[in-house]
Write a protein that binds this ligand. Sequence first.
Ligand SMILES: C[S@@+](CC[C@H](N)C(=O)[O-])C[C@H]1O[C@@H](n2cnc3c(N)ncnc32)[C@H](O)[C@@H]1O
Length: 190
Amino acid sequence: MKKTWDDVWREGESLNIFGRRLRREQAKAIKKFLPKNVKNVLDVGCGLGRTMDVFMECGLDVVGIDVSPTSIKICKSKGLNVFLMDGSKTDFENRSFDLVFSDGLLEHFEDFEPFVKEWCRIADRYVMLTQPNHFSVLGRILKSLNRHTVKEYSYRIIDFERVFKKNNFKLLKRGSYNFNEQWVLLFERI
Ligand SMILES: C[S@@+](CC[C@H](N)C(=O)[O-])C[C@H]1O[C@@H](n2cnc3c(N)ncnc32)[C@H](O)[C@@H]1O
């Protein structure tokens, strides 16, 4: 049976040498793509707060939300500003955050459109995604090994672009890291 994220966080995520490399590369990619005029960020699916740490290192105000009670408990114990909340229907007002960020969440849903719609509503200007590229050599291998054991669908950049466009956001910048196994995508309000 497939695991849930709460199962993953309860077991505890210990990073091996590859995991540590991936996190380092991800932090570099996020910092490179972060627009200069961003002051506050919402991290949707904040997990253990590792991506929140990256934004905090940049001096930004960061709020995290997640549906996993274990993730929220762990983040709170680290003093992070987090809430137990579903990223597809949040309590935030329109255009509350300069940037809405999400790492490895959309690929777990057969229909990710409700998330994108919500993020485009609450983002003032930008949405940034880090997403697995299942079409790269390493991505294919990792998908077949089923790394996280949480179910994943394979999306192309064009699949994200189509849904963001419906919500008046366009792809501003795209890049990849970890041997092209991960994408970083920055969308901007049109
Ligand atoms: C790849 S993990 C993110 C890891 C995180 N960025 C970190 O640095 O530790 C994806 C996260 O999305 C969360 N998630 C799944 N469905 C969600 C939903 N509907 N709303 C908010 N978060 C959700 C999972 O619980 C999981 O923590």
